[in-house]
Design a protein around this ligand. Structure first.
Ligand code: AMP
Ligand code: ZN
Length: 474
C-alpha cells in the first residue's frame, strides 16, 4: 500500500509521491522552538508527531533529510531578554540547551541540522530574499522604515489557510509576528530598529533592523534544502499566518512550488483549550519528570492519538500511558524468557511463519497510530494467551521479538534497563527473601519503605517489578 498523508494545502488525503522517487531521498522542514522559555509538552506533541513521521518514512525505506530551525530572534525573545536584563544570545542559550535536553529525554530523533535564525549566514539570505521581493514589486519599505510583503500582489496568499482574501477586510500593515484573519494585512519582512530592540539589530539596505519571524524560516529552509521541499510540518496554529507567509516569501523569490505536502498536527489541550504559554495552562517536561513519569511514558502519552485529533492532557492519560508501557515491558520479558536466546537468523522461515505488517500498514494510512497501537495490544493479548497455554515455542517468541524490534524503530518505547539505586535494590532483595519465607508483614513494610523513597513495587507472576512512582496530580 502506498503512503498517504492529509495535505493541508488540498485538504485531502493524498498518495505520497516525493520529488525524487528514484533516490528515495526526502527533504523535510519542521518549525522548531522559539527559545524565549522552556518548551511545554504541547510543543512536544508537535515534535513527537514529526518524529513519528520521520521514523515511519525511514522504516519504509526513505532517507529523510530533516531541518528544524531554532527561532532565537523575534518579538518574544527580544521582549524576554529585555525583561531579564541580559543580552539576547545569553537569554536564548539557556532555552536552546533545555530544548536539546528535552528532546533527548523524549527520544525525539535529532534533525540533521538545527539552524539558528541569528546565524549571519541566514541573516544574509533573509536580506537577499527581501531585496528580491522588493525588486519584483512584492514588498515595499513603508514610512515607518520597515519592509512589508504586499499580499495583494501574491494571488495565492490565503490558499493554505483556505481564506478568501476578497471576503476579508485588510487592516493595512501588521508589524508584529502573529495575526489572524480579523487583522489580515501586509506582514513585516524586516522590522526597522526601535528602542525596544536595544542591542539587537543588523545593518541592511533599509537601515538597521531585524527580520520578521516568517522570513527566517523561508531563508533557513531554502538555504539548507533548496527551493523545493517534500514535507513541511508544524502545529495547526502555524498554518496562518506563519506558513502562509513562508509560501508567499519563498515562492515570491523562487517562482517554484515551495512545498509538496503540508502536514499539521492538532493541539494538545487542557480542559478543551490549547495548552499554551499565554494561557498559563501548561506543563514542561521537568514538571512531569518531577511527578515521577519517565521520558518514554510521556512520549507514549503524546503519541498515542492520531495527529489530526486534538488530545486532551489528563493525569489519567499519563497513568494509562504508564500502564500500557508496563504491559509492553512484561510481554517483552515473557517473550525473552520463552525465546531462550534462540537466534532468529538460525531459524527456518517455516518455523516462524509470516508475521503480519498490519502495524506499518496502519501508519501508511496517514500515520494512523491509534490503529497501529490497537494492533500491537491485540497481538500482546493473543500471544500472552498462547504463552499461558504453553502453545508458544522459542522460534515463535523469537520471531515476535524480531517483529517488535522492527516496529520499535518507530515507537522507541522500550523501558530503559536502568539500574536500581543500591538502597532500593537492597530493600527489594530483602523483600524477595521475606516473600519466599512467607513473611508478608515484613514484605509489606518493605514495600512501604520503598514507596516512601519514590518507587513502586508490583507483584507479578514473574516476581516483583519496581518502577519509579508517579507523584500525585497537582
Ligand atoms: P512555538 O515555539 O510557539 O513556535 O511552537 C513550536 C511548535 O509547537 C509549533 O509547531 C507549534 O505549532 C506547536 N505547538 C504549540 N502549542 C501546541 C499545542 N498546545 N499542541 C500541539 N502543538 C503545539
Ligand atoms: Zn517556521
Amino acid at each position: 500500500m502506498p503512503l498517504r498523508f492529509f495535505n493541508t494545502y488540498s485538504r485531502e488525503v493524498e498518495e505520497f509521491q516525493p520529488r525524487d522517487a528514484a533516490s528515495r531521498k526526502i527533504d523535510m522542514y519542521t518549525c522548531g522552538p522559539t527559545v524565549y522559555s522552556r518548551a511545554h509538552i504541547g510543543n512536544f506533541r508537535a515534535y513527537i508527531f514529526e518524529d513519528l513521521l520521520q521514523r515511519h518514512l525511514e522504516l519504509r525505506g526513505y532517507e529523510v533529510h530533516r531541518v528544524m530551525n531554532i527561532t532565537d530572534v523575534d518579538d518574544k525573545t527580544i521582549h524576554g531578554a529585555r525583561e531579564a536584563g541580559v543580552p539576547l544570545s545569553k537569554f536564548t542559550a539557556q532555552f536552546k540547551q533545555a530544548f536539546f535536553e528535552d528532546i533527548e529525554t523524549l527520544r525525539i530523533k535529532r534533525a540533521d541540522e538545527f539552524p539558528a535564525a541569528t546565524d549571519q549566514r541566514y541573516i544574509d539570505r533573509m536580506i537577499a530574499m527581501i531585496g528580491a521581493l522588493i525588486s519584483r514589486g512584492l514588498a515595499y519599505q513603508a514610512e515607518d522604515k520597515s519592509v512589508y510583503f504586499r499580499i495583494n500582489k501574491f494571488p495565492d496568499y490565503g490558499k493554505l489557510a483556505h481564506f478568501d482574501l476578497t471576503q476579508l477586510q485588510s487592516t493595512g500593515r501588521v508589524k508584529h509576528d502573529e495575526y489572524d484573519k480579523e487583522h489580515i494585512g501586509d506582514f513585516a519582512l524586516w522590522k526597522a530598529w526601535d528602542e525596544e530592540d536595544g542591542e539587537v539589530g543588523w545593518e541592511s539596505p533599509w537601515g538597521r533592523g531585524r527580520p520578521g519571524w516568517h522570513i527566517e524560516c523561508s531563508a533557513m529552509a531554502t538555504t539548507l534544502l533548496g527551493d523545493q521541499i517534500d514535507i513541511h510540518c508544524g502545529g495547526v496554529d502555524n498554518i496562518f499566518p506563519h506558513h502562509e507567509a513562508e509560501i508567499a516569501q519563498s515562492e515570491g523569490v523562487t517562482g517554484k512550488e515551495f512545498v509538496r505536502y503540508w502536514l499539521h498536527c492538532a493541539h494538545l489541550l487542557v480542559d478543551g483549550q490549547k495548552m499554551s504559554k499565554s494561557l498559563g495552562n501548561f506543563y514542561t517536561l521537568p514538571d512531569l519528570l518531577e511527578k515521577g513519569y519517565t521520558g518514554p511514558e510521556i512520549r507514549y502519552a503524546l503519541m498515542r492519538v492520531h495527529y489530526r485529533t486534538p488530545l486532551n492532557f489528563t493525569w489519567e492519560g499519563m497513568d494509562e500511558a504508564r500502564e500500557s508501557l508496563s504491559r509492553i515491558d512484561n510481554w517483552l520479558e515473557r517473550l525473552r524468557e520463552c525465546s531462550a536466546g534462540v537466534q532468529l537468523a538460525k531459524l527456518d522461515k517455516r518455523q516462524v511463519g509470516n508475521l503480519p505488517h498490519t502495524f506499518e500498514e496502519a501508519l501508511d494510512d496517514d500515520l494512523n497510530i491509534s490503529a497501529a497501537l490497537g494492533f500491537l495490544f491485540e497481538t500482546i493479548r493473543e500471544t500472552n494467551r498462547a504463552m499461558d497455554r504453553k502453545e508458544f515455542d522459542a522460534a515463535k517468541a523469537s520471531a515476535w521479538l524480531n517483529w517488535w524490534n522492527r516496529i520499535n524503530t518507530v515507537l522507541d518505547l522500550e523501558a530503559e534497563t536502568a539500574e536500581l539505586p543500591a538502597e532500593i535494590a537492597k530493600l527489594a532483595e530483602a523483600r524477595t527473601q521475606a516473600r519466599l519465607a512467607k513473611d508478608f508483614q515484613t514484605s509489606d513494610k518493605l514495600r512501604d519503605k520503598i514507596a516512601a523513597l519514590g518507587w513502586e513495587v508490583r507483584d507479578t507472576k514473574d516476581g516483583q517489578k519496581i518502577t519509579r512512582r508517579a507523584g500525585e496530580p497537582a
